[in-house]
Design a protein around this ligand. Structure first.
Ligand code: GLU
Length: 322
């Protein structure tokens, strides 16, 4: 009771404290527009994928015949280790609407890549929910595989020779291509119109290298996540975003004042990436992809997430190097 009285007295005295008559002595400057963490102009463009020695990166390892059946992974294999753990650990995105994104209503991570990753879990366990997702930025994908933090990365990842030196890729499970996204009526018409303009891409993406190497010479701004690029475009901090049409379709769906412009100026074949040493797992995943291509699952997942894209809706043909 006594404490309460003291508290009341303190509140009362504070309320009666004299109000300063003159304004405090500081000037209000204009606030700089907030930028996403780590946003910065790229001064030294990363080497393009073409800098790596030429290779046939989209040719992967042929599946075993017969393919191991769910719940019966042969002992001593990478799949048996995953089965013993009780869950597949998959690196995905949570920022890319349609491909890998967090559904704000359910809190679940969903999308084309997420459904694809679930099919791998289903092939090991007979249950697509035996999966743990680890959220990765573009730049975190290869280090996560090299450190063994994830079994597999299914995250809009382009197969190229530079990356194939560090990780192993499945066969192509989706064929995307790089385009440009701009605000409607901005005058940006495609890759050729980007000279001197600011263009956003994520650090560690092949999109950043592709745009930095455009003949038009844009000013490239790098960020961590694709949604950071959308916010920078909305705030007028960049003139365009450039990456795969799949990712841009998701950004455009979130902001009707933006549109994709110009042609596809690259080919971006997506592969699931795994640690280089796990060749048995690469063959197994390719066996899963074979099934998805032929039993209608790929088409159903494509229709669910990417059916709105003006695009050939047939799965890419697998290429093997045995
Ligand atoms: N496909 C490109 C890449 O693998 C861009 C996708 C991304 O960074 O999310 O780098």
């Amino acid at each position: 009771m006594r404490r309460l009285l003291v508290l009341l007295l303190l509140v009362f005295t504070a309320a009666c404290a004299p109000v300063p008559t003159s304004a405090p002595d500081f000037t209000v400057g204009s606030a700089g527009a907030p930028k996403p963490a780590d946003a910065g102009e790229v001064t030294a463009p990363p080497s393009s994928a073409a800098a790596a020695p030429a290779c046939d990166a989209t040719a992967s390892l042929r599946p075993e015949s017969p393919q191991p059946q769910p719940g019966a992974m042969p002992s001593g294999t990478t799949m048996a280790t995953i089965a013993a753990r009780g869950r597949l650990i998959a690196g995905v995105d949570q920022n890319t609407y349609l491909m890998g994104f967090r559904n704000p209503e359910s809190g679940a991570i969903e999308g084309f890549d997420v459904d694809m990753a679930r099919e791998v879990a289903k092939a090991i366990f007979g249950d697509p929910n035996r999966i743990q997702f680890k959220v990765l930025t573009s730049d975190e994908r290869i280090p996560a595989l090299e450190k063994g933090d994830v079994d597999i990365v299914v995250r809009t990842m382009t197969i190229n020779c530079e990356r194939a030196q560090k990780v192993a890729f499945s066969t192509v499970y989706y064929q995307a291509g790089q385009r440009v996204l701009a605000s409607r009526g901005s005058g940006v018409t495609g890759p050729d119109s980007l000279g001197g303009r600011k263009v956003c891409a994520t650090k560690g993406s092949s999109s950043l290298a592709n745009v930095a190497n455009l003949a038009a010479k844009p000013v490239v701004v790098s960020v961590a996540n694709w949604t950071d690029c959308l916010v920078m475009l909305q705030q007028g901090q960049v003139d365009a975003v450039s990456t795969d049409d799949t990712i841009l379709a998701g950004l455009a769906a979130q902001d009707p004042y933006t549109e994709m412009v110009g042609p596809q100026f690259t080919q971006e074949p997506y592969g699931m990436a795994m640690p280089k040493a796990n060749e048995d797992f690469v063959r197994f995943v390719n066996g899963v992809l074979e099934r998805l291509r032929t039993d209608g699952t790929w088409t159903a997942i494509h229709q669910r997430w990417l059916g709105g894209l003006d695009r050939d809706a047939t799965p890419p043909v697998a290429k093997y190097r045995d």
